[in-house]
Ligand binder design. Structure first.
Ligand SMILES: NC(=O)c1ccc[n+]([C@@H]2O[C@H](COP(=O)([O-])OP(=O)(O)OC[C@H]3O[C@@H](n4cnc5c(N)ncnc54)[C@H](OP(=O)(O)O)[C@@H]3O)[C@@H](O)[C@H]2O)c1
Length: 225
């Protein structure tokens, strides 16, 4: 297949996806790979468990470690990456329960992986994003906007992420830097539970960080897993 960048003699787009080993992140990695992008996927599981077409650029790292953002930036440097066209923050955890039933460790993990990591990793990769006039995508959730019983901490992380993206987008409004958006999956797609695993096309709403909905797209026309 001749891809767009080969046809036009433009640099191959580089896309970094956190949480690329499962669920939405894995589906996106497959889509970008099929479109001819260089996909650098991040996850914790061993490389042998990653699909063979994405293994070569896979980066195994626990993003909850404090050094992870700097480590990822280092890995990209070592692999000769000088620009980043798209950074997609898909890694997330969704532990739930009444606040009083959640352990301090579970709360810390939610805050870490869902909130601190996307901000710190965006920050660490800004030079590469700015070079490419790149695009940062945060995967949000309806739980950021609605009262979601048993999802108070999770919803708080997603709402805070929206706040970060909204303000950052204002800074980038002159077009000189990078661009940001929030995407919230329309319907629960519980990838752990076969009963609600996405088996048909899955659509994702695009939200401009300032609140304006800017369209939607279909992630995949086939089974996501
Ligand atoms: N699924 C839904 O219905 C839904 C709805 C609204 C929002 N979302 C959001 O969409 C995103 C993806 O959800 P999903 O359901 O597709 O998730 P998922 O199937 O549970 O996959 C989570 C991914 O995140 C990675 N990950 C988790 N913790 C990590 C860590 N500490 N370091 C590195 N990687 C880590 C996992 O990799 P390893 O297992 O290899 O570590 C895996 O690839 C999340 O941000 C979620 O909050 C999902």
């Amino acid at each position: 297949m001749v891809t767009l960048h080969q046809n036009r003699n433009i640099p191959q787009p580089v896309v970094l996806i956190t949480g690329a080993t499962d669920g939405i992140g894995r589906a996106l990695a497959q889509i970008y790979h099929a479109r001819g992008a260089r996909v650098i996927g991040i996850g914790r599981r061993p490389a042998e468990e990653v699909s063979s077409d994405q293994r070569s650029d896979y980066c195994r790292v626990d993003l909850a470690q404090p050094f992870a953002p700097a480590l990822v930036a280092d890995v990209l440097r070592q692999r000769g990456v000088t620009r980043l066209d798209r950074l997609i923050h898909c890694a997330g955890i969704g532990s739930y329960g009444a606040v009083e039933d959640q352990t301090p460790e579970a709360i810390d993990a939610l805050l870490d992986v869902n909130l601190r990591v996307p901000i710190a990793l965006t920050h660490a990769l800004l030079p590469l994003l700015i070079t490419a006039h790149g695009h940062v995508t945060f995967i949000g959730s309806i739980a950021a906007a609605l009262p979601a019983p048993n999802y108070a901490v999770y919803g708080a992380t997603k709402a805070a992420l929206e706040g970060f993206a909204r303000s950052c987008a204002k800074n980038c409004a002159d077009g000189s830097g990078f661009r940001l958006c929030i995407q919230a999956p329309h319907a629960p797609a519980c990838t752990r539970n076969p009963a609600c695993r996405p088996t048909a096309s899955m659509s994702v709403a695009f939200h401009h960080p300032c609140g304006r909905r800017s369209g939607s797209c279909v992630l995949s026309s086939g089974t996501l897993r």
